[in-house]
Design a protein around this ligand. Sequence first.
Ligand code: LRH
Ligand code: MN
Length: 426
Amino acid sequence: MKIQEEQIQIENQKDLASHVESLDFLSNKLTKQNYDVNAIISKLADFQVAIPSWALGAGGTRFGRFSYFGEPSNLEQKIEDVGIIHSLTKTAGAVSLHIPWDVPEDYTAIKEVANSLDIKFDAVNSNTFQDQKNAKESYKYGSLSNVSQAVREQAIQHNLDVINIGNKLGSKALTVWLADGSCFPGQNNFQTAFQNTQDSLIDIYKGLPQDWKMLIEYKPYEPNFYSTVIQDWGASLMLANGCGDKAYTLVDLGHHLPNSNIEQIVSILQLKGKLGGFHFNDSKYGDDDLTAGSIKPYALFLIFNELVYGMKNNPQNPDLAWMIDASHNVKDPLEDLIQSLEAIQESYAKALLVDQDALKAAQLDNDVVKCQEILQGAFRTDVRPLLEKARLLSGGVLNPIKAYRSLDVREGLIRERGKNTIATGL
Ligand code: LRH
Ligand code: MN
């Protein structure tokens, strides 16, 4: 399924008048406050977030999985679905593959499909948290940290194979997330597990092409429930420093213990030039992988406020990898991803309205009330007309969810694919 340009035009005609009215009102207000509205809109239009290839079907938990009919049953259909999201939002111009869930059968064909939909290949993800059929070694007791050298070598080779696959697709980064850890006290020697992981990551790092990055993702628990080798940003940072300049920390928003100050973590990683990228989602309790901005929108805004500050003041930190990592138990996967994109863009737009110089001056005056007024003034601004304009200028739709439904996209996918297709992934 491909959404045609004339369908986009017809959908936009429905909302154009109200859009122009609200944009004029907001632009006049912001221009009076010396904001460069067009500069903000072009930053939003340039801001592309990668869609996870493992989140285009219905997710599930150990308690059950409820299918969403018309799911993509191969990589080509997954990229078509990313194409649908991108043609509506114009902010999803990349896909992040997970190996072996998404090994291309025909590289030329898959690159042609992606090119035709203006989709790039972002970071590729290795998977040493599941045993593959006829694999010689098991990852039951860990992979890169495993006490068995044979298991570690199998896991290292898998990561080198993933780099090779990504290289053929034009990807420039490897994301490593390890489930490695323990479920009971005494099960692991923490130092041995950490040192094995460091040595294994260094072996993988040696296979990293010159212009690639290694993104080391941390997580406090699950599937291990007593210790996780790469449990937090500190462990990831130490391992990245142990590898070298091309290794960075990846922040998955759901991978923090309750009430963690993620914006502070993001700020300091940027200061140290070691922030590599994000897995955007939201959560109330654990790694719930819910829609970004659906539970803690102010927290997402505060993270983007630190990112905007960092993008201006921390040239030592590289361009970031922007990716979503979510799982859909009760929503249409494509609608869920569209809502995440909207929340991410909205948080970025609001953060671009923070007068960083005024905030800095208020901080130097210890004028705590004024600091909050500056932040919340930006957060309380309805920036949606700016997002709409960015989409319009990029050839997208003013209201993606409304268009997705009025174009009956899900019904169209079910007509094309039937009701029994299951997408690979979580
Ligand atoms: C682990 C994680 C990691 C992926 C997986 C699909 O919780 O966030 O990024 O490999 O989800
Ligand atoms: Mn993740």
